[in-house]
Design a protein around this ligand. Structure first.
Ligand code: HAM
Length: 413
């Protein structure tokens, strides 16, 4: 669980703002969800035999004796909320949320116990059009963020009935090769053989490569849906790879699943992952409702864009200095006047006393572009000295009435 301190917070703000703008551009609206839910909200939806539910949730009993869990992801909470507020009543919804998620995983680069996601969920759209829209939207986001090296993997998991047939075929296959399973995969054989395909163990590669593929167990509708998505992606010029072994670690998925992956972050290279979960709303007590979504891993994205992340990393644009305690009030009045005139310009008025020389050092350290110096002469004359801290512009005395214009000129705004 990490602190985020300045100047890194500026990169976070920039990333959040960029994402928010792209999502708004597609008509997605924000929903705010609590950090804690009844445990069953997650265990029922994510699946009792998943790693998340079995090993990773922060679960506790509260003072009422209720079992509560810090949210390990947002989809289950979002479904709970849209049902509770009747948001799916005869209407579709495009929603997004952001914030901290909690999983008790083994921490490593790109994997934390408190991490942050921006999640997107679209409810009420049955066809592949929304699948394609969501992928197009993420592709636009990568362009906005200047990320060129992400590859898209897609797969279809079919319906839950189709998966059951596939699951049986896998169980037979892996049982025939039981001696070649590593310990983790052997444990998964009974519980969830699909997850064996997800193994990161290189020794399992050949065995997995020879395993039955779900494509052979799909019905007509699932096939048509996937073909429809592929046609839309082709038409939009989005490159992708069909990875028949992409299964995802949460049970609620059906039909389309996808991940955006980078090779630049080592083992934790998935920066965005999601898929369709057509059965979940009904499972959680609602009318049958098709749905699809994804989540972005914010820490991983930030790590990836560290080199070219933008955002305001300085403290101030203007720094107001005053020569002596009797000028503190007037200096603060100048700063207030400037904030009135130039909203959005960041003004620090020096606090803590000290010589003009030491104040000037602080101005420089704050990254200010302009220093405003109020001495007794200036004060009497109703003026202030304006000094550019970057560039060659000569320092000048300016009547207070003209200060805003002078500062605007120096800041180039
Ligand atoms: P997920 O694959 O569990 O899916 O997580 C989505 C993304 O969150 C991952 O690809 C990764 O970038 C990031 N992430 C997950 N765990 C960690 C961790 N321990 N540390 C850092 N980053 C992490 C979901 O959570 C689904 N709710 C996504 C979804 C939304 N599907 C449909 N709608």
């Amino acid at each position: 669980m990490n602190d985020v301190v300045p100047p890194q917070t500026a990169h976070w703000q920039w990333l959040e703002k960029t994402i928010g703008t792209v999502l708004a551009g597609y008509g997605y609206r924000e929903i705010r969800l609590p950090l804690v839910e009844l445990t069953q909200v997650f265990s029922r939806s994510i699946g009792e035999v998943t790693d998340i539910v079995q090993k990773e949730m922060y679960t506790f009993t509260d003072r009422n004796g209720d079992s509560l869990t810090l949210r390990p992801e947002g989809t289950a909470s979002c479904v709970r909320a849209v049902l509770e507020h009747g948001l799916l009543h005869q209407q579709a919804q495009r929603l997004w949320y952001r914030g901290a998620m909690f999983r008790h995983e083994r921490p490593q680069k790109g994997r934390y116990r408190q991490f942050h996601q921006v999640g997107v969920e679209a409810f009420g759209y049955p066809g592949p059009d929304i699948d394609a829209e969501i992928i197009l939207m993420t592709a636009r986001l990568w362009r906005e963020l200047g990320l060129g090296n992400l590859r898209l993997e897609i797969n279809t998991l079919g319906t839950s009935e189709e998966r059951r047939g596939y699951r049986d075929a896998l169980t037979v296959y892996f049982a025939q090769h039981r001696e070649r399973l590593d310990a983790e995969s052997a444990a998964r054989l009974e519980r969830n053989p699909l997850r064996i395909l997800d193994s990161k163990n290189p020794d399992m590669k050949t065995l997995n490569a020879g395993a039955p593929v779900l494509a052979d167990h799909l019905g007509e509708e699932s096939r048509a849906h996937f073909a429809g998505l592929r046609a839309l992606l082709d038409a939009a010029g989005i490159a992708y790879e069909v990875n028949p072994h992409l299964v995802r670690g949460l049970d609620y998925y059906a039909k389309t699943v996808f991940e955006w992956i980078t090779d630049e972050l080592g083992a934790q290279g998935t920066v965005c992952a999601g898929g369709r979960y057509d059965g979940l709303v009904e499972l959680m007590g609602g009318e049958p409702t098709p749905a699809i979504g994804f989540a972005l891993g914010m820490e991983r994205l930030l790590e990836l864009i560290a080199a070219n992340a933008a955002g305001e990393t300085t403290e101030a644009d203007c720094y107001v200095l005053s020569a002596g305690p009797e000028l503190l009030g007037p200096a603060q009045a100048v700063a207030e006047q400037l904030r009135d005139a130039l909203p959005g310009v960041r003004v620090i008025c020096h606090c803590g006393g000290g010589s003009l020389k030491s104040q000037m050092k602080k101005a420089d350290r704050a990254g200010a572009a302009v220093a405003l110096i109020l001495g007794p002469d200036e004060h009497v004359a109703g003026e202030i000295t304006v000094k550019a801290l970057r560039g060659e512009t000569a320092q000048q005395r300016v009547p207070l009435a003209e200060l805003a214009a002078a500062v605007r000129g120096l800041l180039g705004r």
